[in-house]
Ligand binder design. Structure first.
Ligand code: HEC
Ligand code: HEC
Ligand code: HEC
Ligand code: HEC
Ligand code: HEC
Length: 268
């Protein structure tokens, strides 16, 4: 009976991890290492928050304890979809426009994963969901095949085990392919960016400028996108994941991005 009562215990919306630690140590330990725990305090957010100061930001980048126990288990439960997709103009106080600031949930709906009944938490354990900050997982999931034919380079970038576009989430996430004249890729000849870029319109609202990402796989969990680049003399390629916008990259140094993969350009 005691156990039954406890299993139905209610959680206040402002419950912090320290309120739960004595009885749910594994969940608290996993969460403490997650990006949700640092959704407000991390330097990448703090750099952009410092100039924006829009209180709206704090509805997801929750100050104090981050996206915490009470956020997902409290009486006003928030689900993954409540934060991982939003209409940008509407969120900023205007009318709904269909221009999504983040579109992970819609991408997921269009994916083979959704068709197979595979949801967010099947791929992202809820107490430690990994994403762009998990270099090991990104490196394991992403690859490229780069082949030269004369002055032209054909590149196919692929991702495995995915349930939405890649990269997804924040529009600052960009996967950049460089093809280079040297093996260590210090002399780039051509570049392509896989990104979902939003632009400000004349009336101050927002619209989608371009989406060059790997689209969600319509079937299964694997997707790819091909690009043709003009790069005479290319010998190597490099894929870099950028986590923040170029404006803040210098201040953030090595935290701003990382090399996902490199390889030689094949010449059949
Ligand atoms: C005094 C011990 C105790 C504390 C403190 C406690 N819980 Fe629990 N909780 C339990 C027990 C016992 C169960 C039932 C067995 C199980 O699922 O582990 C449970 C079950 C749960 C469940 C699964 C069942 C359900 O209701 O959906 C969740 C979620 C949960 N607790 C969240 C929390 C959160 C969040 C906190 C902190 C605000 C918290 N608990 C604090 C003892 C506790
Ligand atoms: C981002 C949302 C989210 C946050 C933050 C979160 N949880 Fe959960 N939690 C979930 C979901 C979703 C489930 C259900 C998992 C399932 O069905 O497999 C769950 C399940 C649980 C359970 C049931 C046992 C289990 O592991 O499945 C406990 C206990 C629990 N959470 C405690 C906590 C505690 C304590 C915290 C704070 C450190 C916390 N949760 C933070 C989303 C969250
Ligand atoms: C209250 C809003 C909120 C809820 C609810 C929420 N998230 Fe998040 N999530 C965030 C924010 C904010 C970040 C960015 C954290 C940071 O600054 O890196 C994030 C980051 C992530 C990441 C990226 C981690 C990385 O390595 O970069 C994943 C994956 C993720 N969330 C999955 C989930 C899943 C799965 C759920 C549901 C179980 C969920 N989130 C619920 C707000 C939320
Ligand atoms: C079939 C598995 C799968 C499903 C389903 C899935 N994801 Fe992902 N997700 C991935 C993989 C793989 C990555 C790439 C990075 C990684 O593995 O850490 C990723 C990355 C992310 C990122 C990080 C984006 C970035 O670049 O920072 C977020 C946020 C995210 N997912 C949220 C979600 C949400 C929300 C859902 C549900 C609507 C969801 N995912 C469903 C597999 C999945
Ligand atoms: C509706 C929820 C929501 C709101 C409101 C929101 N964000 Fe986010 N933000 C997220 C999610 C979810 C992620 C993680 C996506 C991913 O992993 O790509 C994120 C990621 C970020 C990141 C990257 C953080 C990192 O550590 O890599 C920055 C910077 C950021 N947001 C800034 C802002 C600013 C500034 C505002 C206010 C103008 C804001 N966000 C409002 C949900 C939100």
């Amino acid at each position: 009976m005691l156990l039954l009562l406890l299993a139905c215990h209610t959680v206040p919306h402002d419950a912090r991890h320290t309120d739960c630690a004595t009885c749910h140590a594994p969940q608290v330990a996993a969460w403490s290492e997650s990006r949700h725990a640092v959704a407000y305090s991390n330097p990448i957010f703090q750099h952009s928050w410092a100039e924006t100061q829009d209180p709206w930001c704090l509805t997801c980048h929750l100050p104090d304890d981050g996206v915490t126990c009470g956020t997902c288990h409290g009486l006003k439960k928030q689900t993954c979809a409540d934060c991982h997709e939003f209409d940008l103009p509407q969120a900023l106080g205007g009318a709904a426009s269909g221009t999504l600031g983040q579109s992970t949930v819609s991408e997921w709906r269009a994916s083979g994963a959704a068709a197979a009944g595979t949801g967010c938490i099947d791929c992202h354990p809820p107490h430690h969901p990994a994403g762009g900050h998990d270099r090991g997982r990104v490196r394991a999931a992403v690859d490229a095949a780069v082949v030269a034919r004369g002055d032209t380079v054909e590149a196919a970038i692929s991702v495995d085990g995915i349930g939405h576009a890649f990269p997804t989430g924040d529009p600052f996430r960009r996967l950049q392919l460089s093809v280079c004249a040297d093996l260590t890729c210090t002399q780039p000849l051509a570049r392509v960016e896989l990104e979902r870029r939003l632009e400000r319109t004349d009336d101050g609202s927002w619209m989608l400028d371009r989406d060059t990402r790997i689209p969600p796989p319509a079937d299964g969990l694997r997707a790819a996108r091909s690009f043709t680049l003009h790069a005479p003399g290319a010998v190597a390629w490099e894929l870099v994941m950028h986590l923040t916008d170029p404006q803040h990259a210098a201040e953030l140094g090595p935290r701003a991005g990382y090399i996902v993969a490199t390889g030689p350009v094949e010449r059949p």
